[in-house]
Design a protein around this ligand. Structure first.
Ligand code: NAP
Ligand code: 3JM
Length: 338
């Protein structure tokens, strides 16, 4: 079996670290793994397959001889280094928003549009969608294929790990401070996140939406390859460490019952239906954390319109929302294209 030289850009971050774990767990065929981060990480080592690998500083020469680059070091790093890597013959799977809406870059969720990967040949870059978009389209796609979705109204309850390692620490330190009657420090978010909900993720735009909300709207249309789906979103940061939860309301062209949705989704790839409210079984962030499946429950008909469905969708934002989705893309890439 062929094996590949793989680089992880942002290896010391929340997403990069999970990528390294997932490459090992899924036995991705690796000849050489290169770990890249900033000069702040000089001297650090990260364990991979029983060995400690050194973290190297990202430079313009980092990609010579690398087959696949998994990028998660922020948008500006991707903007600069993804084209440099692609020019050196490395296929980039980019986790940032830098290239997602570029018409020459495929935006891929393997359960939804694996065929789009073929477009990577244009620029040498494949974009990984935003974490909140990924888990939503995994749940929407089987319903769209069956009865066509006309409109989606989504509200999110997003974990702090989506902001990175500093935000995980901030929730932890603020919680400890408050439980000990000390004043919490507010550094990462515009307000305190402990025991609070912030209807503000990423920056505000001219239209009153946040950039995170517009990512969900625009990325959904591109991945589902259907600009006619109407989407509106409210994205909220909540004091949860891992896994995003989403309340999703959809209006469909043809009628579908809650039972039919349950059947459809229980056969769909990447989904586990957890929907037995009588037994107090519904998707929970603490159950989705550390797992690969997207959990769907609270499936019911929206009685306020003729063809509507409500559901509650929960997934590990660092795994399916970022690292796992990127590694799944790389798996298709080597199976079909490299
Ligand atoms: P994080 O925990 O803050 O980690 C950031 C990583 O980027 C670290 O490895 C850091 O290295 C590295 N980095 C920062 N500046 C750098 C530079 N100048 N040169 C080289 N490396 C640099 O953040 P995270 O949560 O892992 O997220 C990283 C990025 O992934 C985000 O900015 C976002 O664009 C993307 N992301 C995507 C999703 C998704 O939904 N697909 C989800 C979360 C994040 P040091 O440790 O050396 O500073
Ligand atoms: C999730 O510094 C940056 O550019 C990163 C901002 C960011 C993004 C993004 O826009 O790439 C933080 C967390 C995302 C994302 O997945 O969209």
């Amino acid at each position: 079996m062929k094996s590949y030289a793989v680089a992880v850009v942002g290896a010391t971050g929340a997403v990069g670290n999970e990528m390294i774990k997932i490459l090992e767990e899924r036995q991705f065929p690796i000849m050489k793994l290169t770990l890249l981060a900033s000069e702040r990480s000089i001297g650090k080592e990260i364990a991979f397959c029983g060995k400690n690998l050194p973290v190297e500083i990202l430079t313009e020469n980092s990609f010579n001889g690398i087959d696949i680059g998994l990028f998660s070091a922020g948008g500006s790093i991707s903007e600069k280094y993804a084209p440099i890597a692609a020019a050196a013959g490395c296929v980039v799977v980019d986790n940032t928003s830098a290239f997602r809406m570029d018409p020459e870059v495929p935006l891929v969720v393997p359960e939804v549009n694996p065929e789009a990967i073929a477009l990577y040949k244009k620029r040498g870059i494949i974009a990984n969608p935003n974490c909140s978009t990924i888990q939503m389209v995994v749940a929407l796609k089987p319903i769209h294929d069956a009865v066509r979705i006309k409109r989606v109204v989504v509200s999110t309850y997003q974990a702090v790990s989506g902001t990175g390692k500093k935000a995980i620490e901030e929730l932890s330190l603020q919680t400890k401070a408050l439980m000990n009657c000390r004043e919490p420090e507010v550094k990462v978010y515009p307000h305190r996140i402990a025991f609070n909900c912030l209807p503000h993720i990423d920056v505000f735009l001219e239209n009153g939406y946040t950039k995170e909300e517009m990512k969900m709207i625009n990325e959904t249309k591109k991945i589902m390859n259907d600009p006619s789906i109407a989407v509106t979103a409210t994205t909220v940061r909540v004091p949860v460490f891992y896994a995003h939860s989403e309340s999703i309301n959809i209006e469909t062209e043809k009628k579908i019952t809650a039972d039919e949705v349950r059947k459809l989704l229980s056969m769909a790839p990447g989904i586990r239906v957890v929907d037995n409210p009588r037994e107090k079984q519904y998707p929970l962030a603490i159950d989705a954390a550390g797992r690969d499946e997207t959990l769907v429950g609270r499936i019911r008909e929206d009685e306020s319109i003729p063809n509507g469905i409500n559901m509650w969708v929960v997934s590990d934002n660092i795994r399916k929302g970022a690292a796992l989705n990127a590694v799944q893309i790389a798996e298709i890439l080597i199976r079909k294209y490299l």
